[in-house]
Design a protein around this ligand. Sequence first.
Ligand code: PFF
Length: 456
Amino acid sequence: MVESNQRMHGTWASRWTFILAATGSAVGLGNIWKFPYIAGENGGGAFVLVYLLCILLLGVPVMMAEVMLGREGRMSPVNAMRFLTSRAGLHGWWNSIGWLGVIVGILILSYYAVIAGWALNYIFDMANGSLQGANGAAVSKHFGELLASPGRLMFWQTLFLILTMGVVIGGVTRGLGVAVRILMPVLFVVMVILLFYGASQGDFDAGLEFLFSFRTDRLTWAGVLEALGHAFFSLSLGMGAIMAYGAYMPAEAPIGKTVVTIAFFDTLVALMAGMVIFPIVFAIPGMAPDAGPSLMFQTLPVVFGNMPGGLFFGALFFVLVTIAAWSSSISLIEPAVAWLIESWGLNRIAANLLLGGIAWVLGIGTVLSFNAWQDKTLAGFTYFDALDFLTSSIMLPITGLLIAVFVGWKMAPPVVFAAMEDRMPRTLRLWYTLLRFMAPVAIGVIFVFGIYNKFF
Ligand code: PFF
């Protein structure tokens, strides 16, 4: 059964294709849209430091565990966990790791597609010159008009979901594998071009000062929880994506080295995004670095619209964002697609249409959160805020915790060590210790304090 499932989905052409695919999954809206604005809201440098610690001490160990689970199970997260729990003679309750992953993936995809749709729309808005020379009020009005129109939002959301399904229908080797081998190098080159642009046209010193200087007074426990949740979100952990991708990984590749490479690229792109965005924001007096979610869509276009070559680079910037979101969204849908193929006997096309349809319907709530349902809030959350908070700050840490406990405490150590295919026993021991002790305690503490701080 395990072997036949592996053949059913295919495998990555090489370890590097896996690295590109997982990096493509990791690098997304989280890095370019969310990281800079939450760093801005939480005071810059101090938040960045906490975030880096979360990536290194919690994210990397949990990611290694998640890749390992996928590769051992060689199936969609749901069936991989089923296989692993029954092989270890554990309670079926642990299968929830797989279920949660698949469900959260589709929930995230539902709002991810809406936001990615904004970026897609902005490529055209930047390129057609309508934002040339626009001031803050004009761009705000422009963005406000987009958000106020459910029809426009749904048009771009739909287009983005079609792009996503188009790749995933092609399968692992020919669809996802080929897409990431083209998209990721393009993304990197565009990022470097923009970095040069930001450094030469923007206020690079002010941008870096903002991103890296310490303002601990702005950092709260809720901010620390946000950093943790975001570290997981950014590495695509706890959503089955990395487990599903791990299932297609060549058997002999060392997991530790591979995961560290992916985490390195992911962090590099987040920091580079900050180093592109903030110098550009500071180039024009009066622009707020802590504008929140609208930072990328309201602040940046003003700046681009008023800088030499800004329209071209602005359009290029939103191409970058779209590519990053695209290579992530394919990994949000793949775990559930693989599951439907294995367990319901659907083909790839049917599975994609069904899941894309579900994400589309759920996404309508996000679309309406910005207009008709703007005032329909629960405890101050709109539908979109609630979904974002529920997935990133609650479900991801919980699934992360479950993965750490499952691999650290429930699986037999010899099985775990053999599965890692790593020839560095000392580093592997360190990983095991971090996973067993550090991850559950730290995730638990941050979670409890963060929730308390957020609501009380
Ligand atoms: N890691 C992606 C980002 O930072 O935008 C988001 C994401 C993709 C999360 C895929 C989860 C996932 F399964």
